[in-house]
Design a protein around this ligand. Structure first.
Ligand SMILES: [Zn+2]
Ligand SMILES: [Zn+2]
Length: 294
C-alpha cells in the first residue's frame, strides 16, 4: 500500500524549493501518486478483470469499470473487523448473534473520490507537464508553466492526499460468483453473478493467453460459457480449425496467421483482408421506376 505521508513529504519539499523546475517536478510526482492510488486498487482485482478488457487506461476509468463490472467497494470507505468467537460452541447465525460477539478491528479502506482525483490528475498536467500548442497570438514559448498556477494545483493535490486516511485495501467481492477455467490455459476466470445478467464478454486474465468467452444464461437460467473463436475449414481434411477471436484484434491489413491442423498436419494461412458484404436495399426511387416500367 502506498505510503501517502511519504509522498506528501516529497511533494512538499519540492514546493519549498519554489523554482520553476522543482514545481514542475512536484506536479509530476502528484500525477504519479494519483495514478498509483488507482492502480494499486486495480491490482487487487486482477483475478476478475483482464487488462485486455479495460475500456480505458486512464486511472479513474479503470476504477470506475471495476466498480461497475465487479464490485463498487473498490472506491468506497469501509472498515473490516474479524472475530473467532462462538455462541454455545457454534458459529453465530442471526444478525443479532453476529452483533452480540466481540470483534477485533483490522482496518479501514478510505474512499477514493474518483471525479476529484481525475480533475486533479488532469489539472497538474495541464498547468505543468505540457507546453501549450502555440498560436499566432500566444507570444514566446516557455518550457515551464506559470509558477503560481502550478503551486496552486500541487497544493490542491497535497490536500486531497492528506484526506486519504485508510490503512487497508480490499480486493474481491463478498457477492456470489460464477467461475470457470480457461479452455486453453486453465486459469480461473470469475465474475460476480449479479453483473452477469446480460450477455458478457470476458477475456482470460492470463496475459499470455488469447482466449475470450461469452457468458450468457441458457433456457434453464443457468450460465453457459461460449468460447469466442472464428472457425475455418481445413483444406486437407475438412476439420474445423478454431482461432481465438482476440488474435485478430491486433492484426493489421495483410498480416497472416498460420494454423497447423492437428488432425492432418496441413498448414493453412489466414490473411487479414477486407470482406465485402452486400444487401440489396429497396429505395422508394427504385420502386417508383419498377411501377412505371410495368
Ligand atoms: Zn487462458
Ligand atoms: Zn486437417
Amino acid at each position: 500500500m502506498l505510503d501517502i505521508p511519504k509522498r506528501i513529504k516529497l511533494i512538499s519539499s519540492l514546493l519549498e524549493q519554489d523554482t520553476e523546475q522543482s514545481l514542475t517536478y512536484a506536479a509530476l510526482e502528484c500525477r504519479l501518486t494519483l495514478e498509483y492510488l488507482c492502480y494499486e486498487r486495480f491490482k487487487l482485482y486482477f483475478s476478475y478483470l483482464s487488462e485486455s478488457d479495460l475500456k480505458n487506461w486512464q486511472p479513474k476509468h479503470i476504477i470506475k469499470q471495476i466498480s461497475d463490472d465487479i464490485d463498487d467497494n473498490v472506491s468506497k470507505e469501509f472498515s473490516i473487523s474479524i472475530s473467532a468467537e462462538k455462541i454455545d460452541g457454534r458459529l453465530p447465525k442471526t444478525k443479532e448473534e453476529f452483533e452480540s460477539i466481540k470483534y477485533t478491528a483490522l482496518g479501514t479502506q478510505s474512499e477514493l473520490k474518483l471525479n476529484k482525483l481525475h480533475q486533479l490528475w488532469n489539472g497538474v498536467s495541464n498547468v505543468a507537464l505540457h507546453i501549450p500548442v502555440p498560436s499566432i497570438s500566444s507570444g514566446d514559448l516557455s518550457i515551464y508553466g506559470d509558477k503560481d498556477t502550478i503551486r496552486k494545483k500541487v497544493n490542491d493535490v497535497v490536500s486531497f492526499l492528506s484526506g486519504i486516511k485508510g490503512n487497508l485495501l480490499m480486493g474481491g467481492t463478498f457477492r456470489e460468483e460464477f467461475g470457470f477455467n480457461c479452455f486453453a490455459c486453465d486459469t480461473k476466470i470469475k465474475r460476480p453473478v449479479r453483473n452477469l445478467q446480460h450477455e458478457t464478454a470476458v477475456s482470460c486474465i492470463n496475459p499470455r493467453c488469447q482466449e475470450s468467452y461469452v457468458i450468457q444464461k441458457d433456457g434453464n437460467d443457468e450460465f453457459e460459457v461460449i468460447r469466442r473463436v472464428i472457425k475455418f475449414l481445413c483444406a486437407g481434411c475438412n476439420e474445423d480449425l478454431e482461432v481465438p477471436t482476440r488474435l485478430f484484434r491486433e492484426l493489421r491489413f495483410d498480416q497472416k496467421i498460420n494454423i497447423n491442423c492437428g488432425k492432418c498436419n496441413t498448414l493453412s494461412e489466414v490473411i487479414m483482408r477486407p470482406l465485402m458484404k452486400s444487401t440489396k436495399v429497396e429505395s422508394p426511387h427504385n420502386k417508383a421506376l419498377q411501377r412505371t416500367s410495368r
